[in-house]
Design a protein around this ligand. Structure first.
Ligand SMILES: Cc1cc2nc3c(=O)[nH]c(=O)nc-3n(C[C@H](O)[C@H](O)[C@H](O)COP(=O)(O)OP(=O)(O)OC[C@H]3O[C@@H](n4cnc5c(N)ncnc54)[C@H](O)[C@@H]3O)c2cc1C
Length: 329
């Protein structure tokens, strides 16, 4: 086919679009600002263990995603955690190792932050923060939408006022995650997850050892957007001790003894509202936006999540393939 595609972001949406387009014969390059692929499917090494501090699990509601998840399960990269109705899956060794496995075979430029995008002589030019310019026939941006909009605002691409206004409506919740290395294990529900009837501000508590991704007693405590915003002016130490107090109140009959603790803050965790289409093409330009906040209006779960990022990646790749075929007719 000979067409070149640039993809910004090596999270679930970007890697999925990259695989689909590569299979169709396109020359695909993915740019990722971090040191590893995975995006919000993130895992941190703590001592000899590891803990997920982004996505906790993923559910499956579509045949397309089920097929992909079955492949990961057969490869040993993912496994069923619990639940029969919309079962929950996890990366066998955590979310990031799963994404590293998924990224295999793709051309990814890590530690490359894209800061500008322009359209010149029928090519889309993306520039990284070191001033390197890269030319493509089509480009997909899969960073969380507010970050994508920042890049677009800095460019001279002719984006219509209506399209800008529609995109600008989508906002994301921030989230603090307290990461606790315990001196001895604490039982977090039957399966290692508490997500109901918790002290105010806590969304989820996850025992990574019960979840099966580590032998060490490592617990992640996820705070909601409202709590996160209302504690932003406090010191990291105060935020961590507040999270710890709430965690202790959630397991009142058990002793929580801390060996070490860390704090992670996500500026963009999950979308507060979603865009009612699985991707967007900028008017009259071979530039596409995708990611977890782009959802089919009939999406059963109606929320941004790992599966919505996957489905967005599949659909944007299909659209690019169709548009490229039409362009060379
Ligand atoms: C704390 C937390 C808990 C969550 N829990 C769950 C859960 O339990 N279940 C679930 O299904 N979902 C959960 N999610 C949401 C899920 O992780 C996301 O919906 C999904 O991973 C998003 O994938 P994505 O590809 O759309 O975006 P991302 O994973 O954000 O990928 C975008 C990538 O773009 C990169 N990037 C950004 N800007 C640039 C740039 N300028 N240049 C180059 N690269 C750039 C980023 O580094 C990132 O790797 C959670 C998220 C968080 C943060």
């Amino acid at each position: 086919m000979g067409s070149t595609i640039g993809i910004i972001g090596a999270g679930m949406a970007g890697l999925t679009a990259a695989h689909q387009l590569k299979q169709e014969g396109y020359e695909v390059t993915v740019f990722e600002k971090s040191t590893s692929p995975g995006g919000r499917m993130a895992t941190r090494r703590v001592g000899n263990g590891r803990m997920d501090h982004g996505a906790v699990f993923f559910t499956v509601r579509t045949e397309a995603f089920q097929k992909q998840v079955d492949e990961w399960v057969n490869e040993g990269a993912a496994r069923h955690w619990f639940g029969d109705d919309h079962p929950r899956y996890v990366g066998t060794e955590g979310m990031n190792p799963l994404m590293k496995q998924y990224a295999k075979g793709l051309t990814i430029q890590l530690e490359t932050k894209i800061t500008d995008i322009q359209y010149e002589d029928d090519k889309v030019m993306v520039a990284d923060e070191n001033g390197n310019r890269h030319l493509f026939d089509s480009v997909v941006l899969t960073s969380p939408l507010p970050q994508t909009i920042e890049v677009l605002n800095g460019s001279t691409l002719p984006i219509s006022k209506d399209q800008r206004a529609e995109l600008g409506k989508i906002t994301f919740e921030p989230s603090y995650v307290g990461l606790f290395d315990l001196k001895f294990p604490v039982e977090i529900g039957e399966k290692g997850l508490l997500d109901d009837d918790l002290p105010k501000g806590i969304l989820k508590i996850v025992a990574n050892d019960q979840k099966g991704i580590t032998d060490s007693p490592l617990v992640s405590v996820y705070m909601d957007g409202e709590w996160t915003k209302s504690h932003d002016s406090e010191s990291k130490a105060d935020i961590l001790s507040d999270i710890l107090n709430r965690f202790r109140r959630a397991v009142p009959d058990q002793e929580v003894a801390i060996a070490a603790k860390q704090l992670k803050r996500w500026q963009y965790s999950q979308a507060e509202a979603f865009f009612p289409a699985t991707y967007v093409k900028l008017d009259h330009l071979p530039v596409y936006l995708a990611g977890d906040c782009f959802l089919d209006p009939d999406d059963e779960a109606a929320g941004s999540r790992v599966e919505s990022a996957y489905l967005s990646g599949v659909d944007v790749a299909g659209a690019i393939h169709k548009d490229r075929k039409d362009a060379v007719k």
